[in-house]
Every structure is written in structure tokens, then in C-alpha cells.
Write a protein that binds this ligand. Sequence first.
Ligand SMILES: [Zn+2]
Length: 260
Amino acid sequence: MSGPAPAGRTVPVNDLPAHDGITRDLAVPGCVLAIGAHPDDIEFGCGGTLAKWAAGGAVIHHLVLTDGAKGSWDPDQEHHALVAQRQSEQRTAARVLGGGDVTFLGRTDGELCNGQRERSEVSRHIRHIRPDVVLGHDPWRRYRLHPDHRHAGFIVTDSIVAARDPHFFPEHGLAPHRPHALLLWEADEPNHVEDVAAVVETKIAALLAHESQLRSTMGIEEGRPDETEAFSARVRRQLGQHGALAALAYGESFHLLTEL
Ligand SMILES: [Zn+2]
């Protein structure tokens, strides 16, 4: 188990034995908010966990912070068409994972900042949705290159603080809200694994819904089913490695924070 909960609060971690200090499987939350920098980050980071929880009855919300406009290797790619395509792909991926609304903050891809305006908008979203569990990028992951992923992680942690404290952004006119748990994917120090054995292929299908990213992110050229299979095998291999942390066949690993 992880550290003690704040007084008077229960932490919804199943009472399973920890494997080398790694906890496993939160109880299915009622309401979940996943926050990613770009379209497809949520599916890579926690697509299996969202699919499992959606099947278990959780209400899922996706929040994508940037417009994904730099997600192409084609220098002649038209900006607005790519943004529209990526939004459509994100909605398709969310449906594949079991549904849930998708909100786009619309910041420029590659220029995301953890500013007062971003923290206000994300903490307002948290206060409005009132999630039990929030998922996002681990901002403390060492040697992380992409600035959007780093900033997105800190926007999430800082917005959780703002959303829970009434003196941050009182102009929202919304009651403060404190989630039970924060799960950070791409964790620098994983301490929690969700079993995703039943939804491995669902996660892969959600990733493949991001058709504009097949070539640049997933290494799949058009008309190359062998490359689609190689990508799928890489995802299965990674889920196997994450699962092994908790003696599971397939898992998604996170750093779990419950003292929020
Ligand atoms: Zn990304």
C-alpha cells in the first residue's frame, strides 16, 4: 500500500499484496479524468486502464491540452486540416476505449506553457467534472525531451492543488474538488500497476485510430500490415514489461499519488 490518506479520506486501492512495493489495481472509480499534451498521449499512457474502467462502469473524460498541429513529417501539411483530423481521431480513440467526452484546450502544439491561464482552465475543468481519479504525464521523468509533456505534467499537478483550495480562482464560482488519486504515466519511479490483460487489443485499436500518426509515431507505412503487426507487438511487449513489475502478464505502470 502507499502512504496514509489525508485524515478522514479513504484511498480506493484494492487490498492486494504489494509486489516488491508495487501496488496493483485501484477499485474501479466512478469518474475519471485523463489529461494529455497531444492527441494519442492518453492512449499510449493509460488507454488500457481507461478501457478496463469504462467496461467496469466508470465515466471517462479526456482533456487534450494542445492542438497537435505539429504531428506530421510533411512540411506541406495544412495546419487546420491536421488539427481537425487529430480531433476526430481522438474522439474515435475515446469511443474505442469505451466512450467518454473529449475536450480540447487548443494550445499550440510545441508551445504549451504552465501558466496562470492554463492552470485556471484545467482546475476549472477538474472542479466541473469532479473526478475520483486523474491521470497525466509524469513531469518528474528524467531526461524527458518534449517540453509539452513536461509542461502538461506540471499543469496537471499544479491544477490539482488549485482545484482543491478555495482561494485559487474563486472566480470559477465552483466548489473546490480533491480527487482521491493521481496516476502519472511514463513514471520515473513506478509504484503502481493496473492489470490490462483483458484490454490489450482494445488499447492497440485505440492507438491505431490515430491514423495521422501511423507513419511518424508508430512507424507504419500505408499498405504495410507487417509494420502494423510489428507496432502491435511492441505495445504488447511494453505492456508485458510493465505488468512484470507486479507479476502480471500485461499491465500499465504509473506513479500513484494519493495524498492530494
Ligand atoms: Zn505527446
